[in-house]
Design a protein. Sequence first.
Length: 383
Amino acid sequence: MKGSDVVIEGVSKSFGDFKALNNVSLKIKKGEFFSLLGPSGCGKTTLLRIIAGFEYPDYGAVTFDEADVLHVPPDRRQANTVFQNYALFPHLSVFENVAFSMRIKKASRKEVESKVNEYLHLVQLEGHAHKKPNQLSGGQKQRVAIARALINEPRVLLLDEPLSALDAKLRQHMLIELDQIHDKIGITFIYVTHDQQDALSVSDRLAVMNQGDVLQTGSPHEIYESPATEFVARFIGETNLFDGRVLKAEKLVLPPASAGEDGLTEYMAELDIPELGRIKVTTVDEIKPGQTAVFTVRPEKIVITKEKPATKREDINLFQGIVDEPIYSGFQTKFYVRVMEKNLIRVIKQHANYSDEGPDIRWKDSVFLSWSANDGYIVGVKE
Ligand SMILES: Nc1ncnc2c1ncn2[C@@H]1O[C@H](COP(=O)(O)OP(=O)(O)OP(=O)(O)O)[C@@H](O)[C@H]1O
Ligand SMILES: [Mg+2]
């Protein structure tokens, strides 16, 4: 691998009285495609600028492959940045934009020629070398910026919302290309975005940030399937959230996956949710009767049927409701279902094929909602 491990330890940064980063620690692995995801103003760009060396933290350490880089100037860190606004030189051709840093280093004409062509090929811009930036589309400008950042053969590529100026389709396309470029060159990519779909689809791992804090780090699957906090559950995808009082919490020790390992400890909890009734949920964190827990279940985990499900499984939660509003969007329908006459639950039904479609579910239909104890999560405890 040509990339670097990037380790951020206890980094804090304030601007005047405002704390932009609050004791942030992250371990990004060599060659990883790692995303920093969070709402506007949460400190993503500030953290990226600290990694790049354009900003200096008040506290904390940043190392590349275990070597301190805080005292290394940006141009010597081997970390190059692709900015949201491209920052191309308008008067230079595509070729000269990409060649710029090699010219400064006084590389030979032959070397410049072969390297620039190699990187223009990587970003699929052969044939555009003579054009000026204003003769290019948004996606093409972005590719020039990527080629210009990569030609120095950095160990880390930092990308600050590089696709946000592009329309949705082109964005998707560029994201796939970025992923392919990452696979080809194998260096560490740190990608800043506030778009959860982008971050989930392209990252090996990601960190979810809010108000200067890292709330959770994990694979897209971990972040989506087991959000650590209420904020993460709300920010990533769509979800149903309720507060519920813990009635029971039974400790279960599951058999180990293979010999020699410890069994997993889990709690089978029963909550009383005022808007819903009693529900069962499994959780790995200790939970006690009397506590108030924040419960979440994703809309696509809930099964919606007109008939009462035949299952006798004890871990299934079952509720009745009335369809308030179905929203059809081709591949799926989203339903808002009214439970106990007032509370709306979101449910998403994917349209698959004839065998599991069942009768159409319409506005004002009486329906059953069901999900298993394993499909819900507790994302916080309020004492
Ligand atoms: N140089 C500065 N001086 C004062 N405040 C700053 C400075 N740079 C950033 N901030 C503040 O720090 C906070 C974090 O900014 P940052 O640019 O890191 O957010 P971000 O997560 O990148 O947001 P966005 O998604 O909008 O780009 C913001 O409230 C911002 O106003
Ligand atoms: Mg930013």
